[in-house]
Unconditional design. Structure first.
Length: 65
């Protein structure tokens, strides 16, 4: 993982995420890559996931693709 002040990117699998206090916003290609990140985090931390991406740092997000 490479970090530029809170933005982390994986060099080979395309996962990008931010860390703000105790929230993550994760951009990923392929759910298996996101699950790889979660498995790594679960080795150290207790985490939960909201797969809809509707909550981030206390904000409710509405996606319009």
């Amino acid at each position: 993982m490479v970090s530029l002040t809170g933005l982390f990117t994986h060099k080979t699998n395309g996962v990008v995420f931010t860390l703000v206090v105790d929230d993550f916003g994760v951009k990923y290609v392929g759910r298996e890559n996101a699950e790889h990140l979660m498995a790594s985090l679960r080795k150290i931390y207790s985490i939960t996931a909201v797969w809809t991406g509707s909550k981030y740092i206390g904000l409710t997000l509405k996606w319009d693709y």
